[in-house]
Ligand binder design. Structure first.
Ligand code: KG4
Ligand code: ZN
Length: 376
């Protein structure tokens, strides 16, 4: 049995099996690299993601109980597929002798979903006597930016500012070095991804809301509806006011009272009105995020890289506007699109840099999945 107090020393290449199940994607990946090498890069050997989007399209959102049951069905086949795609099976059996460590998302996320991934990882760690790395989900999103798609791709430089924009979080995080995080701005209420999802519902656009709004916005006028930019202190955000502002603007456009049921509004909107609302909202959301990032850059003038992370980082308007606004002064990084949403490759990358930073593994008998939004 592994002694948990001992810091693992790896002087050669390690292969990490990573597992992610925090929301509605069941994912496993295997990455390989030498954490002792300077500027060591990890290579992705396999990356399997089974999404529950098709299940939740008909519900218009994630049902936690259904998500957990679906993870339960998928998790072991997904882990097995990750071995197989990495070429690490022998006569159809997973070759555990090739794996040096296991990484898993332990928080934040939906309770039932996290339970499936963490219990699987803990059990596998005990069964196969492997060190276990419990990784914070937001850390993984940030480290998706280190997953090189090409050999010669640049990596972000420290100190950096990361804008983390997901379904549950909106934060600006400063990193002086690997595995060192300081939250310098956060949302006071809704996350930006949540706001995308809720506004998509008002407009009658399908789940998941972010990509639907981005698609509809392509045919819309981003200046058609004037939406407010919240005046929140320092580097903090607020998105609940923007959601209400869109609701009121839709009601006004349709000439209905504010008591009119929001779920009946979509049926009254034309496709063009939906597109115009989507484009106006998207433009405002991007502006709110990048205004704060601009303020953060003024406060931290030594910033060498900007790293945008989380599901909303897939947004084309956000990518283009951030590059246009900051790109000539500071290098701007986004994850490859396949690593922007939830996946296990990013969990493996985060664990790789934990190992490189000398972080000790977690006791699989004591793994903590208590809700925590602060990144560690
Ligand atoms: O990081 P993520 O996959 O899961 C969480 O950790 O929450 O983020 C999901 C969020 C959802 O709110 C989804 O609507 C949003 O990311 N999203 C987008 C886009 N793709 C996903 N938002 C805006 N534009 C997109 N293209
Ligand atoms: Zn996520």
């Amino acid at each position: 049995m592994l002694e948990i107090s001992e810091v693992m020393c790896y002087n050669t290449e390690v292969k990490i099996l990573a597992i992610e199940s925090s929301c509605d994607e069941t994912a496993a990946a295997i990455i390989s690299g030498d954490p002792s090498s300077k500027n060591g890069k990890a290579e992705l050997l396999s990356n399997v993601v089974v999404s529950q989007i098709d299940i939740f399209k008909s519900y218009g959102g994630v049902i936690p109980e259904v998500a957990a049951r679906s993870h339960l069905e998928a998790i072991l086949p997904v882990v097995h597929q990750a071995f197989s795609e990495a070429g690490l099976t022998k006569k159809g059996q997973d070759d555990w002798s090739q794996i040096d460590a296991i990484a898993v998302t332990h928080t934040p996320g939906l309770l039932g979903s996290l339970l499936i991934g963490t219990l699987t990882a803990r059990t596998l760690a005990i069964l196969h006597d492997k060190p276990l790395y419990a990784v914070h989900h937001l850390k993984s999103h940030i480290y998706a930016n280190w997953l090189a798609v090409n050999e010669d791709e640049k990596q972000p430089q420290f100190p950096l500012l990361s804008l983390v924009v997901s379904g549950g979080h909106t934060q600006i995080i400063r990193m002086d070095e690997h595995n060192h995080f300081e939250i310098i701005g956060t949302t006071m209420d809704d996350a930006v991804g949540e706001c995308y999802d809720k506004i998509a519902k008002i407009l009658g656009l399908p789940y998941p809301g972010g990509p639907s709004i981005a698609r509809a916005a392509k045919n819309g006028d981003p200046d058609k509806y004037k939406l407010p930019i919240p005046q929140i202190k320092d580097l903090d955000f607020s998105f609940s006011g923007l959601k209400t502002a869109v609701l009121r603007a839709v009601q006004k456009e349709l000439g209905v009272p504010i008591s009119f049921p929001s779920h009946e509004l979509a049926g009254k909107l034309t496709e063009q009105q939906k597109a115009d609302f989507a484009a106006s909202f998207q433009k405002t959301a991007t502006k709110i995020l990048l205004n704060k990032l601009e303020k953060a850059l003024e406060m931290y003038p030594d910033t060498k890289s900007i790293v945008i992370a989380g599901g909303v980082s897939a947004n084309e308007d956000l990518r283009k506007t951030a590059l246009a606004k900051f790109g000539n002064k500071t290098e701007v990084f986004f994850p490859a699109l396949k690593f922007a949403g939830d996946n296990a490759a990013m969990v493996g990358a985060a664990a790789f840099y934990e190992i490189a930073s000398g972080v000790s593994p977690t006791d699989p008998y004591k793994l903590n999945i208590m809700p925590r939004s602060e990144i560690i």
